[in-house]
Design a protein around this ligand. Structure first.
Ligand code: SF4
Length: 342
């Protein structure tokens, strides 16, 4: 009996060490999020796999409607409460979040995983000063008293480079610019030192200059605090600036995984290639029409046979219409779901 206990203790310590030493923070395996609407099944996310290492920024790139945000909300189990089903595994430090009870999940949200959204104006409470909102989050997750939490609020506002943090903490959201509000959201998200920050299009509502400042800030803070980031965007320029690795999503499926340099220098999937061709270039002759990808994303309520991109793909062959391709490795850590690489 005593020997069994010692063995159990040693194996627990070994497992703990492995967890601490492992660079993998989040593993998402075969994640499927289906909505049930009347007699239709809407496959918003349809079998996604990815992992995020510690201290890494993984970008999810795709058009609106590709399933990026549903994927993020499924990880946090924050989907609106109508008819849906999430299956698969979301392992955070080897704990499957999909199996946790709601009260356990509540402890994870805001402490181990935080999220920032596209529209900071909507996420902030208009009736409370921003300082009070951050202080409440700190009191809730760290149990600090009012005085200590207020000191931390000022430190956090300084960290996200808000000028005159003492004065700014007493402001309401409507008294701040879009960039300042997003800095406040970042401060609030990082207030509990989460291991993972999910940023869902955090710069889309901002002008280009502020967008760049926020991207630099997220990069700096991620390096300083060692937080991993899941960064969702439809913008290739933004992804180039921020991500270490990228997963390209289309119609609820992952079409390409690559390290950031490889994605741009050795683009594999015809869909990613088409997105790249749509970017306006400074050397394009005046009067040239901007390229677009013909057609639209497929209707998620209608099952697709074959490759989901085939109706819009200029390289489609017969096989593409009949059978969905697997992921093929075209380079180290570079996978492409396309028959051209079979
Ligand atoms: Fe295009 Fe076929 Fe490749 Fe799909 S599998 S991206 S349709 S070539």
């Amino acid at each position: 009996m005593f020997l069994t206990l010692i063995k159990k203790f040693v194996s627990e310590i070994r497992e703990k060490k492995l967890r601490i030493g492992s660079s993998n923070l989040l593993s998402v395996n075969n994640l499927k999020t289906y909505f049930f609407y009347y007699n239709k099944i809407i496959k918003a996310v349809d079998g996604i796999d990815f992992n995020i290492n510690r201290n890494e920024i993984l970008g999810i790139l795709g058009e609106s409607g590709a399933g990026k945000s549903v994927c993020a909300l499924s990880i946090l189990r924050l989907l609106p409460s109508f008819n849906y089903q999430i299956t698969g595994e979301v392992l955070l430090n080897h704990v499957n979040l999909l199996k946790l009870k709601e009260y356990e999940m509540q402890r994870i949200r805001g402490s181990q995983i935080s999220m920032i959204f596209q529209e900071p104006g909507i996420s902030l409470n208009p009736l409370m000063t921003v300082g009070k909102q951050i202080a409440e989050t700190i009191q809730l997750h760290q149990g600090l008293n009012y005085r200590d939490s207020w000191t931390k609020v000022i430190e956090l506002l300084k960290m996200v480079k808000i000028s005159d943090p003492v004065k700014s903490a007493k402001k309401y959201a409507y008294e701040m610019s879009g960039g300042m509000k997003q800095r406040v959201m970042i401060a609030m998200a990082l207030s509990s030192n989460p291991s993972l920050l999910i940023a869902d299009e955090p710069t889309t509502a901002l002008d280009v200059t502020t967008q760049r400042q926020i991207l630099i800030l997220i990069r700096e803070l991620q390096k300083k605090l060692g937080t991993s980031v899941l960064f969702i965007t439809h913008n290739l320029g933004v992804i180039a600036e921020i991500a270490d690795r990228v997963m390209v999503m289309y119609a609820g499926r992952a079409l390409e995984y690559a390290e950031i340099g490889d994605l741009f220098n050795n683009t594999g999937h015809p869909y990613t290639l088409s997105l790249l061709k749509c970017i306006p270039r400074i050397d394009t002759p005046k009067g040239t029409r901007l390229k677009v990808i013909p057609g639209n994303l497929p209707n998620p309520a209608i099952p697709i046979t074959g490759c989901s991109f085939h109706p819009r793909c200029e390289y489609a062959i017969d096989l593409c219409k009949k059978q969905e391709p697997d992921l093929f490795e075209i380079n180290k850590n570079h996978l492409v779901r396309c028959w051209l690489f079979h």
